[in-house]
Design a protein around this ligand. Structure first.
Ligand SMILES: Cc1cc2nc3c(=O)[nH]c(=O)nc-3n(C[C@H](O)[C@H](O)[C@H](O)COP(=O)(O)OP(=O)(O)OC[C@H]3O[C@@H](n4cnc5c(N)ncnc54)[C@H](O)[C@@H]3O)c2cc1C
Ligand SMILES: *[C@@H]1O[C@H](CO)[C@@H](O)[C@H](O)[C@H]1NC(C)=O
Ligand SMILES: *[C@@H]1O[C@H](CO)[C@@H](O)[C@H](O)[C@H]1NC(C)=O
Ligand SMILES: *[C@@H]1O[C@H](CO)[C@@H](O)[C@H](O)[C@H]1NC(C)=O
Ligand SMILES: *[C@@H]1O[C@H](CO)[C@@H](O)[C@H](O)[C@H]1NC(C)=O
Ligand SMILES: *[C@@H]1O[C@H](CO)[C@@H](O)[C@H](O)[C@H]1NC(C)=O
Ligand SMILES: *[C@@H]1O[C@H](CO)[C@@H](O)[C@H](O)[C@H]1NC(C)=O
Ligand SMILES: *[C@@H]1O[C@H](CO)[C@@H](O)[C@H](O)[C@H]1NC(C)=O
Length: 608
């Protein structure tokens, strides 16, 4: 008997003869529905199927899907619609006004956990197109913008499979949405079928991992929807208490975009990326198969899921990670702001001195989270896992001495001692609120860049804060000092960019936009971000790289900046192996070069 791979190889040959005859595709065993021809800006495309196209599934087909997913299919109605008389959706207009619900939505709108718990709402509204927002005027329009059309609130892996199969057979745009944190809008898509994975909340700790991979220490298996702080809270409650590499952010998911982009956090200097610590994944593939990916079964897929790009090779149902003994830790903060000085020369001198010590902090085992706004440096916190307050004080002493010698005023209370890292995490990391429409980009500076050109990097910071004469003091930055290579995690252990291991500051920089920005204004700010701010960062840090989850998706040569020449070609071929027809798509991920979102951010199409 022919196995699956050979069978599809054989059929590919046969089907090539009928390539243009969509009707025959299904008969030939072609796994997907046919692309819909479109022309835009003089180019020919084959597009996903959208409402209004002949291929759009009929009501009875949606009903059948709904039955398959246990009644968990819903028409996607944005919660903000409660503040509007009507939601003019893709499928028609519905009356939505509900004063009480509107009050709840308005009050919760900036709260990250509330957003994460919705069907599809994004943290960063830019990629939603902001076409339905909380308001006191119900007569204002509420339309889907760049949100999907239907959502499956998946609670079983069979629901995920049903969604993938339906999207593949019907050639629909498919979106996987976990928490909605993605900065680049990768968890939303116009007119899409959305699979929401937030319902997968199982957590199981084991003391001795017995799976493959030559690892026999403690581990945890988590469902796709589990979030950082919730996982750390359960980990510290184990006997003995353990911890896990999560993000600094309490609500970012772990098994979705985070690990699939690499995943850095407060423990990365000690234990590496989240991807480095993954032991196994349970996955539903583009063809609807349930597979395991670990060092022995589908090792290529295993490697790719560890930093090779979100929503690219399959949908993760659950993932297993190493856990580590919880240990006493020390933390500290440092602030320079306008209460102390409004002298900008002095302020930037303070930032320069702080940043010049990035490699030194990492070499001393620290992780440091900081933000820079106009006239304000906020370092909160310095994290010293498995160190005492006295040790951290000793590490910070030269920084404080340098600042004092330069006459830079600062606040910095003595380092605090915590019984566990989790106590520190709760005390010093803050909840993050959802932002207004913002364009986000980022760059990871190499250790050599900081050694050789810290002053140049600080000049680039100034560009990010004031990128243009009409946008003085409009920018904002968030930095993370860590060293994923500090404890010699070898390159190749995961699909992260090897350059990322030799970096010690991952910097994010944000530019705000008005909520009602026109397409021309959006294009202008994107151009400024890419060609002025990104440019300044890259020129100042030529040995750096970009982080898959926190960067400008529209930068040129993203393949090289995200993954580099030793990793990218392998990921491209992985995409061909596991999703040759493009059932999955996320902006600027491996093997998507032929795909464009055309017609002003709406239709997903393949260039013909
Ligand atoms: C406030 C904030 C703080 C952050 N802090 C950190 C940090 O400390 N460290 C860090 O590394 N990153 C951080 N990030 C970035 C974060 O890693 C990304 O936003 C990441 O994409 C979030 O993944 P998610 O699954 O929670 O979010 P989503 O937006 O729901 O999904 C992100 C991407 O992953 C895909 N995806 C989700 N679930 C699955 C699944 N089960 N299978 C396949 N694909 C899936 C989605 O389709 C989408 O492409 C932060 C982001 C924000 C907004
Ligand atoms: C799916 O079925 C459930 C339960 O019967 C129902 O409440 C829901 O409205 C259905 N969804 C759609 C899109 O019809
Ligand atoms: C939405 O539908 C209502 C009712 O049909 C209509 O009055 C209104 O003009 C529509 N709004 C938009 C933005 O299309
Ligand atoms: C998105 O917003 C732009 C304005 O920036 C508007 O012109 C366009 O019609 C909107 N598209 C959708 C699908 O909401
Ligand atoms: C787990 O492994 C440790 C050390 O390898 C061993 O001492 C212990 O007995 C094992 N525990 C179980 C439950 O197998
Ligand atoms: C400056 O930082 C200190 C210490 O956190 C804080 O008390 C003060 O309010 C800050 N000043 C401004 C203007 O933010
Ligand atoms: C700001 O600080 C710099 C450096 O200490 C000093 O040279 C300069 O005179 C100060 N400017 C003002 C306006 O005080
Ligand atoms: C914690 O610190 C001790 C003493 O310095 C060291 O021996 C041990 O390896 C450290 N543990 C980890 C996990 O870093």
């Amino acid at each position: 008997m022919m196995d699956r791979r050979h069978m599809s190889y054989f059929l590919t040959g046969v089907c090539l003869l009928f390539q243009l005859q969509a009707a025959l595709a299904a008969a030939c065993g072609h796994p997907g529905g046919a692309l819909v021809p479109h022309t835009w800006n003089g180019k020919s495309y084959g597009c996903k199927c959208y409402f209004g196209d002949e291929c759009w599934p009929a009501a009875n087909e949606w009903n059948t899907l709904n039955t398959t997913v246990g009644g968990n299919l819903a028409v996607l109605v944005p919660p903000e619609s409660a503040c509007h008389t009507f939601f003019n959706g893709t499928l028609g207009t519905i009356a939505t006004y509900d004063a009480a619900k509107c009050a709840v939505v308005t009050a919760n709108y900036p709260r990250e956990q509330w957003i994460n718990d919705q069907d599809a709402t994004l943290m960063w509204k830019y990629f939603t197109n902001s076409t339905c927002v909380p308001t006191t005027d119900p007569s204002t329009p509420c339309t889907p913008g760049y949100y999907g059309t239907y959502v499956i609130r998946a609670t079983e892996k069979e629901h995920i499979k049903a969604g993938i199969d339906f999207a593949r057979r019907k050639n629909l745009r498919l979106i996987v949405r976990n928490t909605g944190h993605d900065f680049m809008g990768r968890s939303t898509g116009w007119g899409a079928l959305v699979i929401n994975t937030h319902g997968f909340q199982d957590v199981k700790f084991v003391k001795n991992w017995s799976g493959p991979g030559g690892y026999s220490g403690s581990a945890v298996t988590i469902g796709a929807g589990v979030q950082g702080r919730a996982l750390l809270r359960q980990a510290v409650a184990q006997d003995p208490p353990v911890t896990v590499v999560t993000g600094e952010c309490p609500t970012v998911g772990i098994a979705g975009g985070f690990v699939q982009g690499g995943g850095h956090g407060p423990l990365t200097t000690i234990f590496g990326f989240a991807a480095d610590n993954a032991l196994s994944f349970d996955v539903v593939t583009a063809s609807g198969e349930f597979v395991t990916a670990d060092t022995q079964t589908n090792p290529d897929l295993f490697w790719g899921l560890k930093g090779g790009g979100p929503s690219s090779y399959g949908v993760v149902v659950s993932a297993s990670f190493k856990t580590f003994a919880e240990l006493p830790s020390a933390g500290a903060t440092l602030y320079i702001n306008s209460t102390l000085t409004t002298n900008t020369t002095l302020f930037w001198e303070g930032v320069r001195i702080f940043h010049s010590r990035a490699n030194y902090f990492v070499d001393n085992g620290l992780y440091v989270y900081f933000s820079v706004g106009p006239g304000s440096l906020r370092v909160r916190p310095f994290v010293a896992f498995n160190q005492t307050a006295a040790q951290l004080e000793a590490v910070l002493a030269p920084l404080r001495a340098d600042l004092t010698a330069a006459g830079v005023p600062f606040y910095s209370a003595p380092a605090g001692q915590y019984a566990t890292f989790f106590d520190l995490y709760l005390d010093l990391f803050e909840d993050e609120s959802a932002g207004p429409p913002t364009l986000t980009s980022g760059w990871a500076f190499g250790r050599v860049d900081i050694d050789n050109n810290n002053d140049g990097i600080i000049e680039a910071f100034k560009t990010a804060i004031s990128p243009r004469a009409d946008l003085l003091n409009q920018g904002y930055m968030v930095g993370h000092l860590f060293g994923a290579g500090h404890n010699s995690q070898p390159a190749g252990i995961s699909a992260t960019n090897p350059r990322f291991r030799a970096a010690s500051d991952l910097l994010l920089y944000l530019l705000p936009l008005p909520a009602d920005a026109t397409l021309a204004q959006k294009a202008d700010i994107q151009d400024l971000l890419t060609n002025t701010v990104d440019r300044a960062m890259k020129d100042a840090g030529p040995n750096g790289c970009a982080y898959v989850n926190e960067a400008d998706p529209y930068q040129e040569d993203w393949q090289n900046h995200f993954w580099g020449p030793s990793v990218y070609p392998r990921l491209q071929s992985l995409k061909k192996t596991w999703d040759s027809d493009g059932v999955f798509y996320a902006l600027s991920t491996p093997g998507t070069e032929q795909w464009d979102v055309i017609e002003d951010g709406t239709r997903l199409c393949k260039r013909l």
